[in-house]
Ligand binder design. Structure first.
Ligand code: EPU
Length: 429
């Protein structure tokens, strides 16, 4: 099994550049299905989730040209309603965006139930509620989602989301873009990637208004045309490096970011005693590695992001006192705490609350990446720990971090990706 091996204890020094936002890219790529013409997407992160989505689009008949690492041209003019590569669809969460884009383009959809990281129940009832309000009949059977419209198209409607959901907000925006009439989404999520999706769609001729607020209006159009769009930088990737520097100590300049999107993370790190200086499109993080304990509660944007919870909780394992972390988005996002305990962390979890007593040091150990962000958290723990840490199940990490090892090495970290010598034998098992 591939693993990362880290010898901890080195402060991080230098500069790195942040890649395009995963959670924007994974919505925009399925949304390209709505477009007739060539879409050129720039600043696409090179991660496995993006690869899988591009392969799914190809399976539906789109022409996909990977021009260089971060630029791709997609022409979905000649796509048809055919069976998609379902084995890929069921591996990733973002495949649920094909419900919206297939309905918008074909008036019907067939997808698998989405995969993705396991944080307890992750229902899609708000997606279904949205599509149903737009006039689709949706049935979930044998692991598949089937959606249909009586007259081959969606009709604008008013939808109040019972729960603030990033995925449902984006899926309804995608679907309604090529529906007929006006759709209003109330209690919408406000994350930066929702604004990015709306900007992408609008630059291809859609009419989406209010993205980034809790009321989004979508005026359906008959057709979307091709164009060029550059994806925003990844807020969570940036936050992960900021937190790594905070915990391991050192001075890191993080380039290609939108500092406004990082405010909730920067504010928490400052509370922990870290220096964060915002530039125009960069942030400088400086830390002596001695952190103050804090309370953290994760919430939808502009609250503290749940996708930063494992990384910041890990840093707090080395703070000088007791911290309390409350997970406000998911039922079960603390499985990685068991891995941290193997490294000497003093943590206890009761429901959605984790109590973290800072310890003097973490010790290297063999641990696993329980999911994408938990995997990043293990890397942070390894960077701070005394001795050697090896992390398995790193495929989770590679779903969402472009060149994680290379970027950390550029900051002076002693981390290597050790490849499995016998992948063929393992695959055959
Ligand atoms: N929820 C429902 N019903 C729904 C949809 C969501 O009850 O129909 C619940 C979820 O179970 C959760 C909460 O509402 O408790 C919020 O879920 P949301 O829909 O916002 O999350 P998501 O769309 O499934 C996306 C990201 C996640 C990120 C969340 C929250 C993608 C592909 N995934 O998931 O990203 O944690 O928004 O910001 O965009 C990650 O990048 O590591 C990651 C997990």
């Amino acid at each position: 099994m591939d693993k990362y091996v880290i010898r901890g204890g080195r402060p991080l020094q230098g500069a790195i550049s942040i890649s395009g936002a995963k959670n924007a890219a994974v919505a925009i790529i399925p949304a390209v299905l709505l477009v007739e013409g060539v879409c050129r997407l720039e600043n696409i992160p090179q991660i496995s989730d993006v690869d899988m989505l591009l392969t799914i689009l190809e399976g539906l008949g789109a022409k996909v040209d990977r021009l260089d690492g971060s630029t791709v041209e997609i022409d979905a003019t000649d796509v048809h309603f055919v069976d998609a590569p379902y084995e890929l669809m069921q591996k990733i969460r973002a495949s649920y965006y094909f419900i919206g884009s297939m309905l918008g383009r074909f008036g019907m959809a067939k997808t698998t139930m989405p995969g993705g990281c396991n944080f307890g129940l992750r229902p899609i009832d708000q997606h279904v509620k949205g599509m149903t309000a737009l006039g689709a009949t949706v049935e979930i059977k044998d692991g598949f989602v089937y959606a249909n419209t009586p007259d081959g198209m969606l009709h604008g409607s008013k939808i109040y989301l019972d729960k603030v959901s990033v995925g449902a907000t984006m899926n309804i925006i995608i679907a309604a873009s090529r529906g007929r009439g006006r759709t209003i989404i109330e209690n919408a999520a406000r994350e930066p990637h929702i604004v990015d999706l709306a900007n992408f769609l609008n630059s291809m001729g859609a009419d989406v208004r209010g993205a980034g607020t809790d009321t989004v209006k979508v005026y359906g159009v008959d057709r979307l045309h091709g164009g060029t769009y550059s994806i925003i930088p990844d807020q969570i990737e940036a936050g992960t490096y900021m937190t790594a520097c905070a915990a391991a100590g050192g001075e890191v300049r993080i380039l290609n970011v939108i500092p406004r999107h990082l405010e909730c993370i920067s504010a928490k790190l400052r509370e922990m005693g870290v220096t964060v200086v915002e530039g125009e499109d960069s942030v400088l993080v400086r830390s002596n590695g001695r952190l103050r304990p804090v309370s953290v509660k994760t919430l939808p944007y502009p609250g503290f992001p749940t996708d930063m919870q494992p990384q910041v909780s890990t840093a707090l394992c080395l703070a000088g006192g007791t911290s309390m972390v409350t997970e406000g988005v998911y039922d079960n996002r603390y499985k990685y705490m068991n891995e941290l305990r193997k490294m000497g962390a003093d943590v206890s979890v009761d429901g959605c609350v984790a109590v973290i007593n800072g310890v003097e040091a973490l010790n290297g150990a063999e641990v696993k990446a329980c999911d994408l962000r938990a995997g990043a958290a293990m890397v942070i723990a390894g960077l701070c720990a005394q001795g050697e840490t090896s992390i398995v199940d790193i495929h989770y990490i590679e779903r969402g971090y472009e060149n994680f090892v290379g970027k950390l090495q550029a900051l002076g970290a002693d981390i290597t990706h050790v490849k499995d010598e016998a992948p063929a034998a393992a695959a055959a098992e």
